[in-house]
Design a protein around this ligand. Structure first.
Ligand code: ME8
Length: 497
């Protein structure tokens, strides 16, 4: 089984912020989870370096677009590392391998008869690099995403015959209702398609910063087509001397609702035009909001992931984002919210469960997990737990899957209270029961920790080591019997100073 997951490639027109980290972490959780399932995984992230959004920012800063990209792409690379993303490659659209492959695919779309020369006039947002249709324009002639005034643009250029793909797209949506998720986003995309699709520019005659159109090198390819193609091109050159396309294509895409139209409509149409298989799934998430507004570079209300990680650690950040905000919806985040969940859930619920369990095994059983059976009242709650968890993650239900595990964490804590092992330890006649209780706790803790591993790779690895569990594979979920010697464990989530 192969699993190929991607994040959007981020514009190098500003510093990375938590909004970018959020998509990267989401994709990473899926990548890690599928690796735990024993699948062949390829996880791609990177930077989008051509087009107006970057060229205009470079102009404002008085540098060349390439200089801007060379300064900011490493910042996005570092961000991925800091949030503990396990990406297999980092693409920059300025990579030669990317540009070459983009030209090949665009040429193919041309040769297949889906490109023509024409003139277009319309309202344009340079930050989106997008012409807006009448229904997308906000009062005051503004971009609904960036709130800046749109400019009137007229261009002679090459067009992609998007209108010809209205019916094929409707068919795709009918045949594969799971193609775009969640459903309300799918319906939004479908409504856009049914309104009637207009052809879109495939090139820019005035801009120099882009991939040259192969048959008309005075023009560059419209940044969105070059950018979307990153998902496809990366596989062809990410590993020297090896083309991974066959092994991994088609992809599962993670992105936010701002770029739904490009991914749910332009992208599958363009792939069809090139004769390439369309993506497997397109998962759309909402916005992280701060004080009621989308966290964004242009609004300036951003949380710096570096600050959050310095205070809470990458694991806590990864946990918080998907616990606090229901994945798929918009949701508020705040430093106070981080702190509250860190203390009540990570330090008190999960961290304490881990330390209590290990220390009771240490104290009452000389550090060795007893060989016993778990009591049915506890074990019953774990029946089908892994299957339920993986089924949720197959639908990118990152918040529900986490809730599913957290219920088990709470159940284990409740079980400690109910069984009061410290009382059983004082009663010689209860030695057998204490064995079962401690065994059940150790097993339960191991199972929840295996599931949480994709969310919080570092803390869970420490705990699994302390539980003498070497495997990270979800296939080893069945009961493993006792006899393991447990180790020391420093607090997983130390109290905030
Ligand atoms: O659109 N909440 O790049 P971009 C959640 N280069 N996610 C957020 C967010 C927030 N507040 N802010 C940003 C582009 N994001 C193009 C993409 S893909 C072929 C080309 C995330 O730098 C989210 O994933 O503007 C969003 O879709 C993406 O960053 C936009 O990044």
């Amino acid at each position: 089984m192969a699993f190929y997951v991607t994040t959007p490639i981020y514009y190098v027109n500003g510093e990375p912020h938590l909004g970018h980290a959020y998509s990267t972490i989401a994709a990473d959780i899926l990548a890690r989870h599928h690796r735990q399932r024993g699948e062949d995984v390829f996880f791609l992230t990177g930077t989008d370096e051509f087009g107006e959004p970057v060229a205009q920012q470079a102009e404002r800063e008085g540098v060349t677009p390439r200089e801007l990209g060379d300064r900011l792409a490493p910042r996005f690379k570092e961000m991925a590392k800091k949030v503990n993303a396990s990406n297999d490659f980092f693409i920059r659209t300025t990579d030669e391998g990317h540009q070459k492959r983009v030209q090949e695919v665009v040429q193919r779309v041309h040769d297949n008869g889906h490109v023509y020369e024409g003139t277009y006039e319309g309202w344009y947002c340079p930050r989106c690099a997008d012409f807006k249709t009448e229904s997308e324009i906000e009062d005051g002639n503004r971009c609904p995403i960036h709130r800046i005034e749109l400019t009137r643009e007229k261009q002679d250029n090459w067009f992609f015959r998007l209108s010809a793909f209205q019916e094929p797209l409707e068919r795709l949506y009918a045949e594969r209702p799971e193609f775009v998720q969640p459903d309300f986003r799918r319906n939004e995309a479908l409504a856009f398609i049914r309104q009637g699709l207009h052809d879109v520019s495939l090139s820019r005659p005035t801009l120099k910063w882009g991939v040259p159109v192969p048959w008309d090198p005075d023009q560059v390819i419209y940044v969105w087509f070059d950018a979307l193609l990153n998902y496809y091109t990366a596989l062809s050159y990410a590993r020297e001397g090896k083309d991974l396309t066959e092994a991994f294509w088609p992809a599962t895409h993670i992105l936010a609702k701002d770029i739904l139209k490009f991914h749910a409509i332009y992208w599958p149409a363009f792939l069809m035009a090139a004769g390439i298989e369309v993506p497997k799934r397109v998962f759309i998430h909402g916005y992280l909001l701060m004080e009621g507004h989308k966290m964004s570079k242009s609004l300036g209300n951003v949380l710096d992931p570096d600050d959050v990680i310095a205070k809470f650690g990458a694991d806590a950040l990864r946990y918080y984002c998907f616990r606090e905000v229901s994945f798929g919806q918009d949701g508020q985040i705040s430093p106070q919210g981080f702190e509250a969940r860190y203390e009540s859930e990570l330090a008190n619920e999960y961290g304490n469960l881990a330390n209590r369990t290990l220390s009771m095994i240490g104290r009452y059983r000389d550090g060795v997990v007893p060989e016993a059976d778990a009591e049915p009242e506890l074990a019953g709650g774990f029946d089908g737990a892994a299957e339920g968890f993986t089924a949720l993650l197959d639908e990118a239900e990152l918040t529900q899957a986490l809730e599913h595990v957290w219920k088990l964490v709470r159940r284990l804590n409740q079980y400690v209270e109910e069984t009061a092992p410290w009382k059983l330890a004082k009663d010689d006649g209860a030695a057998g029961r204490l064995d079962s209780v401690l065994y059940g706790l150790a097993e339960g803790l191991r199972v929840v920790t295996m599931m949480l591993h994709a969310y919080m790779p570092d803390a869970t690895a420490r705990l699994l080591d302390a539980l003498d569990e070497e495997s990270r594979g979800l296939d080893g979920f069945g009961s493993r019997g006792g006899g393991q010697r447990v180790g020391e464990l420093a607090p997983l989530f130390p109290k905030l100073s």
